[in-house]
Design a protein around this ligand. Structure first.
Ligand SMILES: Cc1ncc(C[n+]2csc(CCOP(=O)(O)OP(=O)(O)O)c2C)c(N)n1
Ligand SMILES: [Mg+2]
Length: 470
């Protein structure tokens, strides 16, 4: 007998619903439980009723419980997840769609708006110039801080070169109340929100003004003030956290969303899939922004996944998704602006896949010419550069000129050299800070480790920086 007919004749979930809603009891230490669950929780053998199928009354799936006519049974399966049509054709879904998902762009490579651009927002002079200036600032931070690392003044650095548009234009489209959970290649959001060059330098040099007290590697920025979670290197851990943040914002009825970033490599982590599913079913206001930059250190995108990129994965989880040209600041701005509106208003997650290219090496610990052609890097650096593309557009609008460019670059360079000088002058936080801020009262093994560290530094004092107090 077809399942639907059985359901119609014998609505067996009804008594079960009554059991749970009317006969719940308060068991000491176990809260409000149905008797059978209480027995189970208290270690007694559950009554056979424990095995009865039950359904809570307020689930979404109740909406799908419509009872078809007998005729319908031949056409559809009345599945708990909704009706599914029957077919007599044995056919597997193709692993790929016939056409790849198109990529939304507003400006072409030379900074001309596309003829039929669907760009619906007005980016006026003030905003356009601010976006451009911050993109240049980010570019220059990378040049100067990278050089400082090569000179041995910093232990590590990681650039955002080629991804300036995703960084700055997405930040410009968000509100300050939106909570950002970054991967690590998104310092531009902090820059946009007002984190100063001095604050960046303090973190990089791990001095006493660094909010992380020198306990993190360089580039692990974070700021409570700017609603920016501290960078955490284990790939994709920020994604489930972002869904949790979004769900909290939803419960508190805040006019804000969570925004989390990841690379193409990050989408291969289980956390990515769990997060998308979790966000979809909890209808949480979270925007997932994937910087698909073609590489995950030395892993080429074709070795990362066989799907049509990342946007299709959103659809698989029931999440509205879009693919944008990540090197087109206006397209990124437009997509994120609309994503935010939908996410906050409708309380749903959104996935944005931004296609771009990592121009720099993965980090200062990498030499990418060992695994990719220099021509490929130069092509993206010169012909597809997001900064030059936006510059051509602002210049053509009469909002920018060579003098403004020289003034801006000279000024930022000067500021960067100054903040590096200041950051280097400040003392390092004492080593004792390594053991602080986790436990109210440090555990005995931590106390012992701290004693051993102090002893090691004393014995091998020549091997440790003299300017770090123990
Ligand atoms: C769980 C985990 N596995 C591996 C690493 C080492 N690792 C650091 S960055 C990285 C590549 C990430 O690539 P992607 O997500 O594409 O970001 P991109 O660097 O391209 O911006 C890997 C494998 C890590 N940090 N965490
Ligand atoms: Mg990548």
């Amino acid at each position: 007998m077809a399942m639907a007919a059985l359901l119609r004749r014998q609505p067996f979930w009804k008594p079960a619903v009554r059991l749970l809603s009317e006969k719940t009891v308060k068991a000491p230490g176990f809260g409000l439980l149905a008797p059978c669950f209480r027995e189970h929780a208290m270690g007694r053998r559950p009554s056979p009723a424990f095995l009865w199928p039950r359904r809570f009354e307020s689930t979404v799936s109740q909406e799908h419980l419509q009872f078809p006519d007998d005729d319908d049974n031949h056409r559809d399966l009345d599945f708990p997840g909704g009706k599914v049509a029957f077919t007599d054709k044995l056919s597997f879904l193709s692993g790929s769609a016939e056409a790849r998902i198109p990529c939304y762009r507003v400006l072409d490579d030379s900074g001309h708006p596309l003829d039929h651009s669907g760009f619906s927002l007005q980016v006026k002079e003030e905003l356009a110039v601010k976006i451009y200036e911050r993109m240049v600032t980010l570019q220059m931070m990378d040049v100067i801080f990278y050089e400082a690392q090569r000179q041995g003044r910093l232990s590590f650095y990681l650039t955002t070169m080629g991804e300036e548009a995703i960084n700055i234009a997405s930040a410009a489209a968000l509100k300050d109340e939106d909570v950002v959970l970054p991967q690590y290649r998104e310092p531009g959001i902090l820059l946009w929100r007002g984190f100063t060059l001095q604050e960046f330098a303090n973190q990089l040099f791990g001095n006493e003004a660094d909010y992380g007290k020198g306990r993190q590697m360089p580039i692990h920025y974070g700021s409570n003030k700017h609603n920016y979670f501290t960078v955490s290197s284990p790939i994709a851990t920020q994604l489930p956290q972002a869904v949790g943040v979004a769900y909290a914002l939803k419960m508190e009825k805040k006019d804000a969303c969570a925004v989390t970033y990841m690379g193409d490599g990050g989408t291969s982590e289980g956390d990515f899939h769990a997060s998308l599913n979790f966000a979809a079913v909890t209808e949480s206001p979270v925007i997932f922004i994937c910087r698909n930059n073609g590489w995950a250190i030395s892993t080429h995108i074709n070795e990362q996944f066989r799907s049509d990129g990342v946007a299709v994965k959103g659809r698989a989880y029931g999440i509205r998704s879009i693919r944008v040209d990540g090197n087109d600041a206006l397209a990124v701005y437009d997509a994120v602006h609309h994503a935010r509106e939908i996410s906050v208003k409708e309380q749903v997650p959104i996935l944005i896949e931004a296609l771009t290219y990592r121009i720099g090496h993965h980090s200062t610990s990498d030499d990418s010419t060992k695994y990719r052609p220099v021509d490929e890097i130069n092509y993206w650096k010169n012909s597809r550069n997001p900064v030059s593309r936006l510059r051509r557009w602002v210049e053509r609008n009469g909002w920018w000129c060579n003098e403004a460019e020289t003034r801006l670059r000279t000024n930022i360079r000067k500021q960067l050299l100054e903040v590096i000088g200041e950051a280097e002058k400040l003392k390092k936080p004492p080593m004792a800070e390594l053991f602080a801020d986790v436990y109210d009262t440090p555990s005995s093994n931590l106390v012992e480790q701290q004693r051993q560290l102090a002893e090691t530094v004393r014995i091998h004092s020549g091997c440790y920086p003299p300017d770090v107090p123990v």
